[in-house]
Design a protein around this ligand. Structure first.
Ligand code: 4NP
Length: 153
């Protein structure tokens, strides 16, 4: 069974949105995979996703309100096969914790990996407005579709 982890900074906006979208799609497609998300920072550990991300997700038909933030740690390299990171800063911070080539190879910059036509990073919506949360949702909806095509079909 493939085990997939999404990583951002706070684990309250981007990575729980990706986590929730892939869970929903995996269920619909009857894919037996394990999915989780984490943040490189500890600011929001134990918290539900940001209410703005929860609201955007609900509007589009995905519930992420049950997810709780946790911090990425070295053990995640053992637990997961693929680690998709939302931006370059967090990608480098995850790689700093890896201790082998095998672990390094599990870590992917999400949008680069799925060959997004224009973006390399999922923009952080935290200091943004509704448009930024909608944009974040759309990018991750597309990215999770491509991820399923690439790794799970
Ligand atoms: P995320 O967004 O990394 O997509 O969860 C952020 C959440 C919190 C903060 C920054 C980004 N923060 O600075 O608290």
């Amino acid at each position: 069974m493939k085990k997939i982890l999404f990583v951002c900074l706070g684990n309250i906006c981007r990575s729980p949105m990706a986590d929730g979208l892939l869970r929903k799609k995996a269920k619909e497609l009857d894919l037996h995979i394990e999915i989780d998300s984490a943040g490189t920072a500890n600011y929001h550990v134990g918290e539900a996703p940001d209410y703005r991300m929860i609201d955007t997700a609900i509007e589009k038909g995905t519930d992420i309100s049950f997810l709780r933030a946790r911090q990425f740690n070295k053990n995640d390299f053992q637990l997961f096969d693929l680690i998709f990171v939302m931006d370059k800063n967090n990608y480098l911070n995850v790689l700093k914790l890896s201790s082998s080539k095998v672990e390094n190879n599990k870590v992917k910059l999400l949008l680069e990996d799925i060959k997004h036509p224009t973006l390399k990073e999922v923009p952080d919506p935290f200091y943004g407005t509704k448009i930024d949360f909608d944009n974040c949702y759309q990018i991750l909806d597309d990215a999770t579709n491509l991820l399923i095509e690439k790794y799970l079909k």
